[in-house]
Design a protein around this ligand. Structure first.
Ligand code: TXD
Length: 319
């Protein structure tokens, strides 16, 4: 069986980390694409030279022409500019929208059958625009945010409880960013919901609220520390989990920015909800019952995302 072909559109910090992880996890051959000349080629060659040491067989190439991504099975999009300290994700909208238009045209021409994972911020609006620009089916264009947001939440909870990260599950809904909706009652330690753990004296409601806030601010915390860019290890790992579920038809249930066409009462919008990812792409959007308070937070989040998509339409009326 031929190896999978995975195209990485954008070969910056996340793109390079993705390429390395794909090699180490034996997921397939990698084509790194970027407008910067030499960067994708250099990163591809550097990682390829690590393959004899780590024992993986993968072709890693770098290109500056979309023709190089032809026939890709999966494309992971990080092209654009990241945040600098003091910038919000939304400040990136105008610049990254233009980038999505170019990427969409490249996907349409060379990789129309690919499963596409968009990472570029402001995430929910960019994945929405990318799907429109590319014309690819909505089942095959998803955004990565929820896996990362829930991983941050899980990590902070595991630290608080002093248990393995593996045994902490967390559930988040809504847009990436300040309007994210962490679902306390669906987050557990080996199946024990967080509200029960409060009753058991493992933590307090106040401490949980602080952890939720730290999760919401998780990206900004790292931007503040790095000063020259945003997080890249955990975002790359999160996108790989989504790509792997597609390539191996694992049918994992993952929170992703997915296209809603009436679910949760929302239409023509990408926002974070739990979905099943398998060989068919997004095979199912899972609709859970929300309490009044959760519904209110979710509606706020959807409104924030729709505000951004409307801003996209003002800049690019063809959307
Ligand atoms: O949860 C999430 N979704 C995110 C999103 C978590 C962390 C970071 N997130 C966003 O990912 C971040 O705000 C950025 O929008 C993207 C990429 O982050 P990264 O840290 O990888 O940024 P880099 O290192 O600046 O890399 C971006 C690359 C860089 O090499 C540019 O030359 C390239 O994108 N670039 C382009 N490539 C192709 N085509 C065009 N037009 C283009 N413009 C820039």
């Amino acid at each position: 069986m031929a190896r999978n072909k995975i195209a990485l559109i954008g070969s910056g910090m996340i793109g390079g980390t993705l390429a390395h992880m794909i090699g180490l996890k034996d997921l397939g051959d990698v084509v790194l694409f970027d407008i910067a000349e030499g960067i994708p080629q250099g990163k591809g060659l550097d990682i390829a030279q690590s393959s004899p040491v780590d024992g993986f067989d993968a072709r890693l190439t770098g290109v500056n022409d979309y023709a190089g991504i032809e026939g890709a099975d999966v494309c992971i999009v990080t092209a654009g500019v990241p945040r600098k300290p003091g910038m919000s994700r939304d400040d990136l909208l105008g610049i990254n929208l233009k980038v999505m238009e170019q990427v969409g045209a490249g996907l349409k021409k060379y990789a129309p059958k690919a499963f596409v994972v968009c990472i570029t911020n402001p995430l929910d609006a960019m994945v929405w625009a990318l799907q429109k620009f590319s014309g690819l089916p909505t089942s095959h264009v998803v955004g990565m945010a929820g896996v990362l947001d829930s991983a941050r939440f899980r990590y902070f909870l595991a630290e608080e409880f002093k248990v393995s990260v593996e045994d902490v599950t967390a559930f988040v809904l809504g847009g990436h960013g300040d309007s994210m909706v962490p679902m306390i009652r669906y987050s557990t330690v080996s199946g024990i919901p967080l509200p029960d753990l409060v009753k058991m004296g493992w933590t307090s409601k106040e401490k949980l609220d602080q952890i939720v806030q730290r999760t919401r601010d998780g990206g900004a915390e790292i931007v503040g520390l790095l000063k020259t860019g945003s997080a890249y290890y955990a975002p790359a790992a999160s996108a790989i989990a989504m790509a792997e579920s597609y390539l191996k038809d694992k049918k994992r249930v993952l929170p992703c920015a997915a296209h809603l066409s009436g679910q949760y009462g929302v239409k023509n919008t990408y926002v974070g909800v739990p979905v099943v990812i398998g060989a068919g792409g997004v095979e199912r959007v899972i609709e859970i019952d929300l309490s009044k308070a959760e519904q209110k937070m979710f509606d706020n989040s959807v409104a924030a995302v729709q505000g951004l998509t409307e801003a996209c339409v003002k800049i690019a009326p063809q959307l």
